[in-house]
Design a protein around this ligand. Structure first.
Ligand SMILES: *Cc1c(COP(=O)(O)O)cnc(C)c1O
Length: 653
């Protein structure tokens, strides 16, 4: 429980607390009546509260959790990327064009590819593919001969043939060498099919970048050709009279590069390499700077891993300027610039919405004034610690409280302390901890050992979702996403909490949250009102999360709904995909749902034969089983906080 603030709470204070204006990219806003709204049109008042959409879905029988995709935000991000590059190119008088491509692996859903091909058509936005399957997917939607089709990834004969056929059909496709051995194979297939390839090289840049994915670049990167291998490739092409096919240079520094300096260094290095290839006699014409454009997940605008210390405008200006100045020194013509921005294109577009099922919190039990004389000495000492607590001795009291609590636990193990005495010791111990936490804000330099005391006191909010399925990066690499309530924002959030999902896995939790000063261990939330649902959203989850998610505890895909918001504030449901049923997820792990049903029917019939259940009961049991098999893997309804448990929560204790 947080102490209440003295002034009246307002929606504006919620906006500030959750940092909406910092991370929202202008697409989200807290309304004056305390709702979180989507504002897809820059400069317009149009705002659709997420609660309206949740209400609309429930009327249609679509339950939470749901992944909400807002098509407008995808359109807006592609448009913004192109407009920003176009502005930089015009301002600096750059001689080439910007030809962005979308890296399919970042979100391969058909709808995403379809929308990007459609909206991106205007800007000649293409695709980057890293496998045969992605190439096949991209070819079914791309229909613009000026949009690039960048074929990365390791290639076999089938992949190469398909990319060559794409060339022949008029696609602007490039076969990018990831390994030296690919070149002889490409040249051979090219001869056999009689199709000239457009060839590119992926280079390893020596510039290193900070951030989660730093290892994907640099000399130790598993991708790309070393400088010596680039030279070999040029020699081989020249030998075979195919040097004119070398038209493209590519590097990828890694994803979510928080520091603009790292990007600039790598761009300069790659552009030097480009100029050298031109000097070698390669026609070139295309310079592909890969992905890496970061998303400011925590809104801090810094070089923290979950942020970026640059704006999109600076990113574009820095790139165009770096390429231009490096080439102008050598008098080399300006190539078309390609970037492969995936994360920044799709992150904003999806929001995971889920309800809170229940909470458990440490109950604030009264501490007795006096103890029975037969209580163990350690409990007397613990009470003494509680009574002597002051601002001056917080650290000392903390150490003592832990010491005596452990002593009581030891006595319990030895049979020298009763159940009730141990419970009493816990009550006093937590009263000490709570009391320290309350006094901590009054201290100028709180001891570092007490920094995470909030975490020990946090309530646990049980959420109807699976971290493994829907936010895999939060679990796997400690990625931070903005998480906040989507309603009740004009009420003060009086609880501090961590979130637990409904998998029975101790890693299925969220206990690190975005904060303007780095990160925080607890999230401010509202207390649950009996019978009223409480809805949270995890934002900026459009990139990477969907197909990386797994079936831990057999929680399957969530329901997915796409909306398109109209200028007048109405919205259309453009697509609905029902999440996995129990039968679906069982079939993914090689069960046959029909067989499963049949087996259970035999068990039930045996129950009838043995007189454990009646035939009517068999009917009801089979009906419940079949309903379960057809049903959603998530919970249908929360208890709405009616059953508030007060247990000593488990983290770190
Ligand atoms: C993953 C990947 C990208 C996407 O990077 P973002 O940082 O998401 O924009 C681009 N290019 C290549 C080669 C990749 O592997």
């Amino acid at each position: 429980m947080r102490s209440r603030s003295l002034e009246k709470w307002t929606a504006a204070r919620s906006a500030e607390l959750y940092g909406v204006d910092n991370w929202g990219g202008g697409y989200f806003r807290v309304t004056s009546d305390g709702l979180l709204g989507i504002t897809p049109f820059p400069g317009s008042e149009t705002c659709v509260p997420i609660m309206d959409i949740i209400g609309g879905l429930q009327e249609r029988g679509l339950g939470l959790p749901v992944l909400l995709r807002v098509e407008n935000l995808l359109d807006a991000q592609i448009t913004l990327l192109h407009e920003s590059f176009a502005a930089a190119i015009a301002t600096l008088g750059y001689g080439g064009e910007f030809r962005g491509v979308y890296p399919v692996k970042v979100n391969q859903q058909q709808q995403v590819l379809e929308e990007i091909a459609k909206v991106g058509g205007r800007f000649n936005h293409g695709f980057e593919v890293g496998s045969k399957a992605e190439l096949i997917a991209a070819l079914s939607f791309l229909n613009n001969p000026r949009a690039c089709l960048v074929c990365n990834g390791y290639k076999d004969k089938d992949y190469i043939d398909l990319a060559l056929y794409a060339c022949k059909m008029g696609f602007l496709s490039f076969l990018v060498l990831e390994m030296p051995s690919e070149l002889p194979l490409i040249l051979e297939r090219s001869r056999v099919l009689g199709i000239e390839p457009r060839i590119g090289v992926r280079i390893k840049v020596s510039s290193q970048a900070g951030g989660h994915w730093a290892e994907s670049a640099g000399d130790l990167s598993i991708f790309g050709l070393s400088t010596a291998e680039v030279v070999d490739a040029v020699d081989l092409l020249r030998e075979q009279n195919m040097l004119h096919c070398m038209q493209f240079l590519h590097f990828h520094l890694g994803s979510q590069i928080p520091n603009i300096r790292d990007i600039r260094m790598a761009v300069r290095e790659a552009t030097r390499m480009y100029a050298e290839l031109v000097a070698e006699g390669c026609p070139m014409g295309f310079l592909d700077l890969g992905g890496g454009l970061a998303v400011d997940y925590d809104g801090s605008h810094t070089n923290y891993p979950s942020s970026r210390n640059y704006t999109l405008q600076e990113y574009c200006m820095d790139i165009v300027e770096s390429v231009m100045s490096t080439l102008d020194e050598r008098g080399v013509a300006h190539p078309h610039i390609i970037t492969e921005s995936g994360r920044a294109t799709v992150a904003y577009y999806s929001v995971l919405l889920f309800n809170v099922l229940d909470i458990s919190r440490l109950e604030d039990r009264p501490v007795p004034e006096k103890l029975d004389s037969d209580a163990p000495e350690a409990i007397h000492n613990l009470l003494e610690v509680y009574n002597s607590l002051s601002l001056k001795n917080l650290q000392e009291c903390y150490n003592d409280a832990i010491y005596y609590r452990d002593e009581v636990r030891q006595l319990f193990r030895l049979g020298q302390c009763s159940l009730r005495q141990r419970a009493l010791s816990d009550t006093i111990f937590w009263a000490v901890i709570r009391s320290i936490a309350e006094r901590l804000p009054g201290m100028k330099n709180p001891p570092s050992a007490l920094k995470d005391i909030d975490l020990a006191l946090a309530s646990i909010y049980y959420c109807n979702m699976s971290v493994f399925q829907s936010l895999p990066d939060a679990w796997a690499i400690g990625h931070l996403f903005p998480i906040m309530p989507v309603h009740r924002l004009s009420e003060e959030p009086t609880e501090t909490a961590i979130l637990a999902d409904i998998t029975c896995d101790s890693d299925g939790k969220l206990d690190r949250f975005i904060d303007i000063h780095g990160e925080k261990r607890v999230l401010e939330l509202h207390s649950l009102t009996c019978g009223e649902p409480y809805y949270l959203g995890a934002f900026l989850v459009g990139a990477y999360q969907e197909t990386l998610g797994d079936l831990h505890n057999l929680f399957g895909d969530t329901n997915v709904v796409s909306v398109r918001i109209n200028e007048d504030g109405t919205y259309d449901l453009t697509r609905e995909l029902e999440g996995d049923s129990v039968a679906d997820v069982l079939s993914y792990v090689e069960f046959d749902p029909k067989q499963v049903l049949e087996n259970f029917r035999k068990v039930a019939e045996a129950g009838v034969r043995e007189g454990k259940i009646s035939p009517q009961e068999r009917f009801l049991i089979m009906r419940a089983y079949e309903r379960g098999l057809r049903g959603y893997t998530y919970l249908h309804e929360g208890r709405g906080g009616c059953a508030v448990e007060s247990v000593e929560s488990s983290q770190g204790r």
